[in-house]
Design a protein around this ligand. Structure first.
Ligand code: CIR
Length: 263
């Protein structure tokens, strides 16, 4: 199969509904405990938006044993050719991959898995066409990134490691919007590996908005960040907003609620 170099064309997504244990998820945000019922409503709306962008959605059962399992993006990286099952770093998240891996078997015959001592979380992996940028963070280590790069190279993709400062994941601070354009916080804008891209800089007062997703012709974007939204619309992007307040309380960005793929 030839590589689909457009990294924002999707026809499927996988999500996992939040469990009541969500309120015990890992957090550094200091924004209080999420409201479970409101989180469920916001999650439904998120699914609806992906559906309206033309995606067929697979919804996994809630897993109460794993409070952060709604953040399914961290468990895998999916391409049109193969799947890589990640190895999340926190002990409380390591079991999340099992059911995801089983379900991915419905879609993929070629599945790889990151092995100990490697750790990697999907939030640290940003695809731009035929390249993957991998953040070395508290969650993703060199061993995990190196294993990942060896896997993708066999399929003709390129991998680049990026060490950065004070962010949970690489994609907490940067998103690829298509059209050779990244939406980025100032810290990551200075990274030499992004020099060839057009940059839209997110003001520090709206840093949370640096994490959004381009899905086919739409940018799904967190509501409450008008300055950044207006910059995107002025550049011609079609932006649809959705409320992420309850997931933000757990350090969760908009991308982390889904695995998007083309199969
Ligand atoms: C965690 O700390 O693992 C979760 N509370 C949040 C994960 C967010 N994941 C992401 O942005 N890709």
């Amino acid at each position: 199969m030839t590589i689909l170099k457009n990294s924002h064309s999707f026809n499927k997504a996988m999500v996992r509904r939040p469990g009541k244990s969500l309120v015990n998820g890992i957090t550094t945000a200091g924004l209080g405990q999420p409201d479970y019922h409101l989180a469920c409503q916001q999650h439904e709306r998120y699914i609806e938006m992906l559906h309206n962008c033309g995606l067929e959605i697979t919804v996994l059962d809630t897993e109460e044993a794993f409070p952060d399992s709604v953040f399914i993006e961290d468990t895998a990286v999916l391409t049109p050719e193969f799947a890589v099952v990640c190895r999340p770093q926190p002990a409380s998240r390591s079991g999340e991959t099992e059911s995801v891996s089983i379900r991915l078997g419905d879609f993929y015959s070629e599945t790889h898995a990151i092995q100990d001592p490697g750790t990697i979380e999907g939030g640290d992996v940003m695809q731009i066409e035929d390249s993957f940028y991998i953040g070395i963070s508290d969650r993703t280590n060199e061993a995990g990134a190196d294993q990942f790069i060896r896997i993708i190279q066999d399929y003709g993709y390129k991998g680049f490691k990026i060490a950065f400062g004070d962010l949970l994941h690489l994609k907490t601070g940067i998103s690829y919007l298509g059209e050779n354009t990244v939406l980025t916080c100032t810290e990551l804008a200075a990274e030499s590996c992004f020099h060839r891209f057009e940059k839209i800089l997110v003001n520090t007062s709206e840093t949370y908005a640096a994490n959004c997703i381009r899905v086919n012709e739409t940018v799904i974007f967190p509501s409450g960040f008008p300055e950044t939204r207006d910059m995107l619309t002025r550049r011609g992007f079609r932006v649809l907003e959705t409320d992420m307040s309850e997931f933000r309380k757990l350090d969760g960005g908009l991308s982390c609620l889904s695995l998007r793929f083309f199969r």
